[in-house]
Design a protein around this ligand. Structure first.
Ligand code: DAK
Length: 260
């Protein structure tokens, strides 16, 4: 299926979603969010795809935020609908079983930073810039920035960045744990694909359970989280991949996982 505002490519077990509105530095309007939502449904239902990479088109921007021209004249109800749509799409990314890597190739501001925050792993090019500049526009982050950013980099630093509309360059984002690695721009997608292939070679159900254990466990107290972990650990024993993985080790061969 062709989309107007995004490009979806599939390469073996990987899918690459490119946000593609270069005239607005890939800013998000409603149609773009709906395209992302449709792509996520496609990826969730495609058993061939094991890992999704999200990036932006061009060399300058991942996503420069929600589309300011589109949202500037909203009334309260439209603002709520737009916030809810974005929150729902980003939460679906966060909750989907398949891991999602953000390959941040430039500006990740406002909704762009929030999109990256909803992914499991963030890799950045050297020219990447992260920030939540919403209070400078008279609003607050609307797609989870006030919640996910402090959880990832700590409350004090998140408050400083959000209250002052300050940006973080790639290596500073690395220093505070907002991104896992920084690469030269030309290397970013190669490295993202390398990591994605490495993940795709593991037992897919186990990877999904690990994502669920971390995601759900981070929201609750440690005792409840340990229970979530042991439940998901034991559920791995209902999969063929558990037997295959352990038998392959004992038989000194590479496992052939079947995603079940
Ligand atoms: N929206 C719309 N157009 C944008 C845009 C954006 N966020 N960012 C850039 N563009 C457009 C520019 O208007 C320009 O268009 P033309 O003038 O060429 O037609 C084109 O992209 C190129 O941008 P620049 O000429 O400005 O390029 P520069 O290299 O000089 O600067 C920049 C790049 C990224 C530093 C600058 O464009 C910039 O500051 N952009 C805005 C970044 C920003 O403030 N992002 C946060 C947006 S607010 C909520 C829901 C969601 C949100 C909040 C609440 N609810 C409903 C409650 C989220 C809010 C946001 O994300």
């Amino acid at each position: 299926m062709a989309y107007e505002n995004v490009i979806l490519e599939k390469e073996n077990e990987l899918a690459i979603l490119t946000i593609n509105r270069p005239k607005a530095l890939n800013a998000l309007n409603k149609d773009t969010l709906l395209d992302i939502k449709a792509v996520i449904e496609d990826i969730k239902n495609d058993p061939a795809v094991k890992v999704l990479i999200i990036t932006g088109s061009g060399e300058k921007s991942f996503v420069a935020g929600a589309d300011i021209a589109y949202m500037k004249d909203f009334n309260v109800r439209q603002a709520r609908d737009f916030a809810q749509l974005g929150q729902q799409v980003f939460r679906t990314i966060e909750l989907m079983e398949k891991p999602v890597i953000a390959a941040v190739n430039g500006f990740a501001l406002g909704g762009g930073c929030e999109l990256a925050l909803s992914c499991d792993i963030r890799l950045a090019s050297e020219n990447a810039v992260f920030g939540q500049p919403e209070v400078g526009l008279g609003v607050i982050p609307g797609y989870g920035g006030t919640q996910r950013l402090p959880r990832l980099i700590g409350e004090g630093l998140a408050k400083e960045l959000i209250f002052s509309s300050s940006n973080l360059k790639a290596y500073d984002a690395y220093r505070v744990g907002l991104v896992n690695h920084v690469y030269q721009a030309a290397e970013l997608m190669t490295e993202a694909k390398k990591l994605a292939v490495k993940i795709a070679r593991q037992a897919p159900v186990a990877v999904g359970y690990a994502k669920a254990a971390i995601g759900r466990g981070m929201q609750v107290d440690l005792d409840t989280a340990m229970q979530i972990e042991s439940d998901l650990f034991s559920m791995c024993y209902a999969t063929e991949d558990q037997r295959e993985g352990m038998n392959a080790f004992v038989e000194k061969r590479k496992p052939q996982f079947k995603a079940g």
